[in-house]
Ligand binder design. Structure first.
Ligand code: THU
Length: 160
């Protein structure tokens, strides 16, 4: 038996002022997208903004449903739209903002497991990393240089 350690490196920005301007602008678009979330059940509103290598910015938000599992997260709404409209484009980065209507969200909110799996598929497809930035409503912003950092031991097409 041997022990295997898995390490990931993340970068933490104290507030929006610390972000490069380009990222800050994408975060503004994620916040704007968040405001259109349809989240009457959880009251948890999430927005995602993606920058593609063709210069397009794609945004998305969570869309809930009375049949709860039929809803979709912001990240997948956005990346599936990008994949459907610009199948040849690469996603350079995804910027995420989340806010609850019940309390102020100061914890940076990472993509859920299902979204990590979905984003990972596009990283594999385009053969280049997707930078991920995520935050709550205010406070710190966390950056990962790739989705792979957030999903060790990924299940991918190599075993199919
Ligand atoms: N949600 C997202 O949109 N992204 C995530 O990564 C976490 C969860 C949404 C799904 C649901 O509409 C609400 O937040 C509460 O789980």
């Amino acid at each position: 038996m041997k022990e295997v350690k898995i390490e990931s490196t993340l970068y933490v920005f104290e507030n929006l002022d610390e972000l490069p301007e380009e990222i800050s602008l994408l975060m503004q678009q994620a916040v704007k997208a968040r405001e259109n979330a349809y989240a009457p059940y959880s009251k948890f509103h999430v927005g995602a903004a993606l920058l593609l290598d063709n210069g397009e910015v794609i945004t998305g938000n969570n869309q809930e449903n009375a049949s709860y599992p039929s809803g979709l997260c912001a990240e997948r709404t956005a990346i599936y739209y990008a994949g459907s409209q610009y199948p040849e484009a690469k996603v350079l980065r995804m910027v995420i903002s989340a806010a609850s209507k019940r309390q102020t969200t100061i914890t940076p909110i990472p993509p859920c497991g299902a979204c990590r799996q979905a984003i990972s598929e596009y990283e594999e497809k385009q053969e280049s990393p997707i930078e991920i930035y995520f935050m709550g409503e205010k406070g710190k912003i966390v950056k990962s240089n790739s989705l792979a950092n957030l999903l060790p031991l990924v299940f991918d097409k190599s075993v199919l």
